[in-house]
Design a protein around this ligand. Structure first.
Ligand SMILES: *[C@@H]1O[C@H](CO)[C@@H](O)[C@H](O)[C@H]1NC(C)=O
Ligand SMILES: *[C@@H]1O[C@H](CO)[C@@H](O)[C@H](O)[C@H]1NC(C)=O
Length: 362
């Protein structure tokens, strides 16, 4: 007999409640999103976390069904509980629903932070505007020779508005670039001697270095981080100071925090090793990595977000090579990664009110 997912979730919740009664907040949320991996996700202004689509995880192993679910999570609410996050289901035009039932796709933030662009397999590129809660479609769709949507990560250079998509032309060392005025074209290729792989990597803009940081591209080098400077039009190995170098993984998540002065890297696996629960933080001004926590919950292909001092992980699975993948807990992981007196009020306000949610959630 199969236990329905919602029942499992309730059981987990009840089991976990014993340890967390003191943390309960009275907020109720709508029906939460179904557990998925390989969804598209992004965070806008550290205010709203969006997740879309993904492969449903209904038990050991990943199902072959994609979902078109689309949810936001309000990160500005002063208190919410990880057992009952304020998820908000969002809708889109009926014409988009069949196309938006997809996985392995990605989102890039609009240059003015008004929303995001969603880069899907099947070449479809859709834009979402938060203010008007409306979708549009980029036409013409980029040619398949320049854009294959699966298992790549698009990211925006906020200084130019251009979106970069490593590996998008299908060949491992290609990189495509999208301009809203001229469409998709090829960008500077990734040097094959430097970056070997073209999928399941992490790719984020560094506001401080004015470069993109790329992780998960080359298992053979001791330093698995690479950097692309759009202004120099050049790929290089990313410098690392200090003795900690996060080892190569794929299917991790990497997000920027603290006005770009920190970069957080969590989870992932390799083809021969299981999912990890390690969280590393890069201090960007000094380029020193620190391993912060070993007691999160191992997973891969999850969605991650940051708001102030809080790092949020949702969805994904645990991978054990040779065995069925195990679903990750449907409860978001929340890790308060630093207690700081940073000058940024916007983040501190939230940090102070929700730091109590720190903890291991399994
Ligand atoms: C899910 O979406 C991906 C990407 O579009 C596609 O390759 C895959 O075939 C889809 N799976 C199903 C069952 O439709
Ligand atoms: C964020 O960083 C930029 C430079 O990267 C700086 O000009 C700005 O003042 C910083 N903002 C805050 C709130 O620290």
């Amino acid at each position: 007999m199969r236990v329905p997912l919602h029942l499992l979730r309730q059981l987990k919740t009840i089991a976990w409640l014993w340890g967390t009664l003191s943390l309960l907040a009275p907020l109720a949320s709508a029906q939460p999103p179904a557990l998925v991996c390989c969804m598209a996700y992004t965070t806008i202004n550290e205010n709203t976390f969006f997740i879309q689509g993904g492969l449903l995880i209904t038990g050991p192993g990943i199902s072959s069904s994609n979902t078109s679910q689309f949810y936001s999570l309000d990160l500005t609410q002063p208190t919410w509980n990880t057992l009952n996050p304020p998820w908000k289901p969002l809708t889109y035009p009926a014409t988009l629903v069949p196309l938006a039932s997809t996985s392995g796709h990605s989102m890039s933030v609009a240059q003015d932070n008004s929303g995001f662009t969603m880069w899907m397999a099947s070449n479809l590129v859709a834009t979402y505007n938060i203010g008007s809660n409306s979708w549009g479609q980029i036409v013409p769709t980029p040619p398949a020779t320049l854009f294959k949507g699966s298992n790549l990560q698009a990211a925006t250079d906020p200084t130019s508005g251009l979106v970069y998509l490593p590996g998008a032309a299908g060949t491992p060392n290609s990189m495509s670039v999208f301009s809203s005025s001229t469409g998709m074209s090829l960008s500077v290729p990734m040097p094959p001697t430097l970056v070997a792989a073209g999928a399941f990597y992490s790719f984020v803009w560094s506001k401080v270095r004015k470069t993109f940081i790329y992780y998960g591209g080359n298992a053979a080098t001791p330093n698995p981080f690479f950097e692309f400077s759009p202004s120099a039009g050049k790929w290089t190995s990313m410098p690392i100071a200090g003795s900690v170098i996060p080892p190569f993984q794929m299917r991790s998540c990497m997000v920027s925090a603290y006005n770009g002065t920190k970069i957080l890297l969590f989870g992932g696996n390799t083809d021969t090793t299981q999912s990890v629960d390690t969280l590393y933080i890069l201090d960007v001004p000094t380029m020193i990595w620190t391993q912060v926590d070993n007691s999160l919950d191992a997973r891969s292909d999850m969605a991650c977000s940051v708001s102030g001092d809080n790092f949020i992980v949702w969805g994904g699975y645990k991978r054990f090579p040779g065995n069925p993948f195990l679903p990750a807990s449907a409860t978001p992981l929340l890790h308060t990664w630093i207690q700081s007196s940073s000058a940024c009020n916007h983040w501190n306000r939230k940090a102070q009110s929700i730091t109590h949610r720190k903890g291991r959630l399994e």
